[in-house]
Design a protein around this ligand. Structure first.
Ligand SMILES: Nc1ncnc2c1ncn2[C@@H]1O[C@H](COP(=O)(O)OP(=O)(O)O)[C@@H](O)[C@H]1O
Ligand SMILES: [Mg+2]
Length: 248
């Protein structure tokens, strides 16, 4: 369903050139949950931005449902929901409901459909009590719930979540993880990035491990454990990085 084909992204700044994503290829089937695992600066956000069609690859191509993301922005926008870390994109002066209505309008949802979706999402996330309060006064956890609801307002098939639990307290982070399971049961295709090994181990069967823009592993966790003869993902990660560095 998602094909990433030899994707490279280079950023040129005054003096230096950074290859944030280097010749990355992998594919994801419908209904899969993929953990994009890598430390800070590995290239996770850059890759997710390209999959979302927000950032153009320097070379290579990405398609979702056989549609090139660069060439079909309107279709792609309907298909995917994105949430980039703590950038919730919410308007503080609007209530939670007004925020959701605003984004629903951007997606061209009818008023009736919008109200149904808001009702459904508010129930699911337990935010009915504060739906009509201004987002400005919300705690981080409350905000994140509204931000997730915003990501899902148009019922997208594909969901991209960039470090969704970073900065959340334990309760909110756990709620979030449960919620990813729930979406998976609904048959959604999900890519989420994380630098937390345990989180990735809990949430997905398959991972893409990325280091300095390069994919160092792509496949199931089960297979990785077998290959490495241990299920200590932290250890595997460190040893892959060391091996990767000795190559270049
Ligand atoms: N807009 C940009 N301009 C210049 N360099 C960038 C830009 N975005 C990301 N980078 C660089 O690309 C690399 C990967 O960054 P990023 O994708 O944000 O990694 P991650 O999300 O895994 O922490 C880093 O070295 C970062 O400094
Ligand atoms: Mg990032």
């Amino acid at each position: 369903m998602i094909q990433i084909d030899q994707v490279t992204r280079v950023f040129k700044e005054k003096k230096k050139t950074v290859t944030a994503v280097n010749n990355v290829s992998f594919s994801i089937e419908k209904g899969e949950v993929i953990g994009l695992l890598g430390e800070n600066g590995a290239g996770k956000t850059t890759l997710l931005r390209m999959i979302a069609g927000i950032l153009e690859p320097t070379s290579g191509g990405i398609s979702i449902n056989n549609l090139d993301v660069q060439k079909n922005p309107t279709e792609i926008k309907k298909t995917i929901g994105v949430l980039f870390g703590s950038e919730t994109g919410l308007y503080d002066r609007l209530t939670a409901r007004e925020n959701l209505q605003y984004f629903a309008r951007l997606y061209g949802l009818s008023r009736h459909h919008t109200e149904n979706q808001i009702e459904l999402l508010a129930t699911r996330f337990g935010m009915k009590d504060y739906l009509d309060r201004r987002v400005g006064g919300f705690s981080k956890g409350m905000r994140q719930k509204v931000a997730i609801a915003r990501t899902l307002i148009h019922d997208p098939q594909v969901i991209l979540l960039d470090e969704p639990t970073t900065g959340l307290d334990i309760t909110s982070a756990n709620m979030f993880r449960e919620f990813i399971h729930h979406l998976q049961n609904e048959g959604k295709t999900i890519i989420f990035s994380s630098h937390i090994m345990e989180e990735v181990q809990q949430l997905c069967e398959a991972i893409v491990m990325i280091h300095k823009g390069n994919v160092v592993y792509n496949g199931t966790l089960q297979n990785l454990y077998k290959e490495e003869e241990t299920d200590n993902l932290n250890y595997i990660f460190m040893s892959k990085i060391v091996r990767g560095n000795s190559i270049d």
